[in-house]
Design a protein around this ligand. Structure first.
Ligand code: ADP
Ligand code: PRP
Ligand code: MG
Length: 208
């Protein structure tokens, strides 16, 4: 059995066609079903539906053989213990700093609200900027508006969320896409099945 960890929402939606090309079609729809383990059209493949930030954990411990996770999540988790054989090119966005429109440039000493604590710490340290990081779990865009932080580190796609909250993007930290990740032991023990799956998805990516 191959177990693949995926999060609900945009990653699941965008991964479906890639999985379908490898003959994997879930039998239940996670938007409708409360099931957390989804059987698929392939008897030897199941999906587990988890939070996006939990995907590296499940794969690292071998609770899932494979997973699909954003590079943002992998960077923050520290993914040295995982193989990352494919950039799936899905759920594309940018990890950026952002601040209130017209507020002073980020320099010297700043307070930063983010859920990407380690990534932000590393980023500001590399720039020689003293940053006090405030960990939030969501609605980061609110923090500069209510005086909780000078700026945020968050994902930007269309920029609509920033705009709606009177913020502007400042610096690009890194471009983000979702990646296929594989448990290292599983890659050895289930090599044939996993390599075939990687090859099938890679072939689909090349021809899409
Ligand atoms: P969460 O509940 O953790 O926010 P999402 O489905 O929103 O789950 O995000 C999962 C992944 O999708 C993120 O880790 C990131 O890589 C990517 N992502 C998040 N927001 C966007 C967005 N607005 N546009 C494109 N990709 C995004
Ligand atoms: C993500 C991200 C930003 C927004 C950026 O939120 O955390 O808030 O998308 O996208 P935009 O530039 O196109 O506006 P998401 O939609 O995933 O909401 P949630 O994670 O807070 O549920
Ligand atoms: Mg989100």
């Amino acid at each position: 059995m191959l177990t693949i960890a995926v999060s609900k929402g945009r990653i699941y939606d965008e991964a479906l066609p890639l999985l379908a090309a490898a003959g994997i079609t879930p039998i239940d729809d996670p938007q409708k079903s409360r099931k957390l383990i989804l059987r698929t059209s392939r008897d030897d493949v199941q999906l587990v539906i988890i939070r996006a930030t939990d995907v590296p954990t499940f794969v690292e411990y071998g609770a899932a053989d494979l997973g699909i996770a954003g590079k943002d999540v992998l960077l923050e988790h520290g993914a040295e213990s995982l193989y990352e054989p494919l950039d799936l090119g899905i759920a594309g966005c940018r990890l950026m700093t952002a601040a209130r429109v017209g507020s002073p440039a980020i320099s010297g000493r700043v307070r930063v609200a983010t859920k990407y604590v380690k990534t932000a710490q590393r980023y500001f340290a590399d720039l020689g900027i003293q940053a006090e990081i405030i960990k939030l779990y969501g609605s980061m865009e609110l923090a500069p508006l209510v005086g909780l932080a000078d700026c945020i580190v968050d994902l930007v796609d269309t920029g609509n969320t920033l705009k709606a909250n009177g913020l502007e993007a400042r610096d690009l930290i890194i471009n983000i896409t979702s990646r296929l990740v594989v448990n290292k032991a599983a890659m050895k023990i289930k090599h044939q099945a996993i390599q075939t799956l990687i090859d099938q998805i890679e072939h689909t990516l090349k021809h899409r």
